[in-house]
Design a binder for this molecule. Sequence first.
Ligand code: HEC
Ligand code: HEC
Ligand code: HEC
Length: 232
Amino acid sequence: MAARMKHAALALALWMGAFAGACGSSTPPPETAADKNDFDGESSPDEGKATADAEGAKPAKPGKDAEAQEHQEEPAAPAKSTPLQATKFEADLKKIGINLKKIPALEKLPAGQKKKVMPLLQKALGYDTCEGCHVEGDFKKETRNMKVAREMWRNFVAPLRSESGGTLFCDSCHAGNEHVLNRKDKKALQAFMEEEYQNKVSRASKEDMECGTCHGDAMETKIIEKLWNIPK
Ligand code: HEC
Ligand code: HEC
Ligand code: HEC
């Protein structure tokens, strides 16, 4: 009951936020930043911190100039947000020795397990090489995508489960893609969030799943940037 009221209030807040943006309040509409980020992949002036690290964290497409050219027009965001799927890696994770009932933080895994998990991360995100997250020749050098991966693991993979209580891994949401959200249509995105991320995800703690489970009580939509403090 309380959860439902909270949800209604959050939806309303988001809705009003959209209007405030459209009416030209001093805060830019969320669409602006999100679309820019999704569609041109270039830094705007206030994104000046997207440095060599971020470059190194982009999916590598080695020696495919022609192909890259061909796909240049293709936007990073999918036409429709990617629905949840059952993870394909449950058996692999078990074999690696990860306790799926109580998944530790990525950084807490013993070195051997950590190494074996890496190819699964690569496949789940659909990266051609390890350079989707790492800089060439230095797996220790911190990149933006490493930071994001660690937090996705800590905040989603470790405490959340599938609808039936099974493992929710990176590929459950990513399905072989780095970008899984279409943020253009806010109403469609909110419906997607409710149908997929709220209703088809559960918590290891068995507590209710709400928007705030991921977005925080203040319903921060920019989870990566604002809740996890990882700059663009
Ligand atoms: C989705 C992002 C991602 C991808 C893709 C990825 N890694 Fe990693 N990798 C990480 C993160 C995050 C860490 C740091 C974990 C920690 O905090 O201990 C890490 C750590 C490592 C380390 C340990 C470095 C150290 O501190 O000693 C090795 C080795 C490594 N990765 C190898 C690989 C290899 C090989 C691949 C490709 C098969 C790969 N990684 C793909 C995110 C990724
Ligand atoms: C509950 C669903 C969910 C799970 C589980 C999940 N992610 Fe994500 N991830 C997202 C969403 C949503 C985005 C934003 C995608 C977009 O903008 O299209 C995202 C974005 C990312 C990005 C790109 C960040 C950026 O700003 O470009 C990386 C890298 C990433 N996730 C790695 C991982 C890794 C590694 C795992 C597993 C440890 C994981 N994710 C698990 C939902 C999830
Ligand atoms: C399982 C975790 C999870 C749940 C539950 C969840 N979301 Fe999200 N949501 C995400 C992630 C991850 C992103 C991408 C965040 C980012 O880019 O920093 C996102 C993005 C969004 C965005 C787009 C923000 C933007 O500026 O582009 C909206 C709007 C949103 N969610 C609304 C909701 C609503 C409403 C609910 C509840 C019905 C909800 N979400 C439930 C994980 C979740």
